[in-house]
Design a protein around this ligand. Structure first.
Ligand code: PLP
Length: 402
């Protein structure tokens, strides 16, 4: 009898469809920005990580073009072989200066930076304690490292302490991992408390600033600065692909840490160096973050305005048995949690017909389905008003379906 070793693929896809978990790409035409074009429709974009609007900034484009003219499109090798350029060091110095750390190391993506750093810092004799809502790349890093990995309840320092007290002694090294801004919720980690526990239990701390860098802190350094933790012993990871409008990732920390990673992080040693165009665009973005704090200010104004508006329309529709709930947030990521994946998907589609692009985030990415709204410094007040009106229509039309 002929067997089909790939037959399970169709069955798995059918199961995804049935559970409303099937996903597919949507094509955007033209330039990134607060509004985008899709199949002739203009959509106000609430689904981007381009918080400062830098992905379409001509200064980043010019820097990338100049670097490509100077160095070429590809870096042609890994950093330790033929891929290293002065541009990489300049970018690393600029990131270290922004972060206030001794040094930094750039990777080809934030995902790889987490994978590389975690797998270098811990191995099979070691312990990783991670927030249960951590980004997929932190979880994948734990698996690749071979360390014993335990999750603590989201943001729960007491639970982390219990796990440390119970398990720390049985392992050589311990690494605590957490997002600084939780990417699918928008709340912040209790970093100062985590660092205090880490000091008591002789543990390292890795914080992922993917959604913090460029937005938080006086200098735009990130949540570490915002929570008064700059200068404390930390491994900071981040991406060049969100507020910095480019592509790539980094680790920032002590000289010893960075020197060690250059020797032992597989996700850095065995992959091609960041391309010149991406590196130059990111360098221009780091400079803009430092020189233009007004971009952050504008973003935070948008955040407080929309938060207040959302709470108002949700409170008003509460009488009509509204079942959307705003999740706690302290960032430009605002989430409205709903009952079911199907309801959230339908809400997102209805918003889309009204010219509003709001992502429906569903399990298994998150435990509960939600509309995820991300704000940009370049959103106009009218964009936010349009979103509020769209949500209001949704709440009035179908109070029970959500
Ligand atoms: C996006 C993201 C990453 C991955 O960064 P890329 O540069 O896109 O690979 C890592 N961690 C968190 C929390 C993220 O949101």
């Amino acid at each position: 009898m002929a067997s089909d070793p790939y037959g399970w693929l169709d069955k798995s896809l059918a199961a995804l469809h049935r559970a409303h978990r099937y996903r597919s790409v949507q094509t955007i035409d033209g330039m990134a920005g607060p509004t985008v074009q899709r199949r002739g429709q203009t959509l106000v974009n609430f689904a981007s990580n381009d918080y400062l609007g830098l992905a379409s900034d001509p200064r980043l484009a010019e820097a990338a073009i100049a670097a490509i003219r100077t160095y070429g499109t590809g870096s042609t090798g890994s950093r330790l072989l033929s891929g290293h350029r002065e541009l990489h060091r300049e970018l690393e110095r600029a990131i270290a200066a922004l972060k206030g750390t001794e040094d930094a190391l750039v990777f080809s993506s934030g995902y790889l930076a987490n994978l590389g750093a975690i797998a270098a810092l811990v191995g099979t004799p070691d312990l990783i304690l991670g927030d249960e809502y951590n980004h997929s790349s932190l979880k994948a890093g734990g698996k690749v490292s071979g360390a014993t990995t335990l999750d603590y309840r989201h943001g729960d320092v007491a639970d982390l302490k219990t796990l440390l007290a119970e398990h720390r002694d049985r392992h050589r090294r311990c690494l605590i991992t957490t997002d600084s801004v939780f990417s699918m919720d928008g709340d912040l980690c209790p970093l100062a408390e985590i660092l205090d526990l880490a000091a008591t239990y002789d543990a390292m701390v890795l914080v992922d600033e993917a959604h913090g860098t460029g937005l938080f802190g006086q200098r735009g350094s990130g949540v570490v600065e915002h929570l008064g933790c700059a200068g404390r012993p930390l491994v900071t990871v981040g991406t060049l692909s969100k507020a910095l409008g480019s592509l790539g990732g980094y680790v920032a920390g002590s000289s010893a840490l960075i020197d060690f990673l250059r020797n032992r992080a597989p996700g850095w040693v065995y992959t091609t160096a960041l391309s010149p165009g991406n590196g130059a665009a990111a360098l221009a973005a780091v400079q803009i973050v430092q020189q233009e704090p007004q971009r952050r200010d504008r973003l935070w104004c948008r955040v407080s305005y929309l938060t207040q508006q959302l709470d108002q329309i949700l409170a008003e529709s509460a009488a009509a048995s509204c079942q959307l709930r705003r999740l706690p947030s302290a960032s430009p990521i605002l989430c409205l949690e709903g009952h079911s994946a199907a309801a959230i998907l339908s809400a997102s589609q209805q918003l889309q017909s009204a010219g509003l692009w709001v992502a429906a985030v569903r399990p298994p990415t998150v435990p509960t389905s939600r509309l995820r709204i991300t704000l940009m410094a370049t959103h106009k007040p009218s964009h936010l008003e349009q979103l509020v009106a769209g949500l209001q229509t949704l709440l009035e039309a179908e109070p029970l379906a959500l």
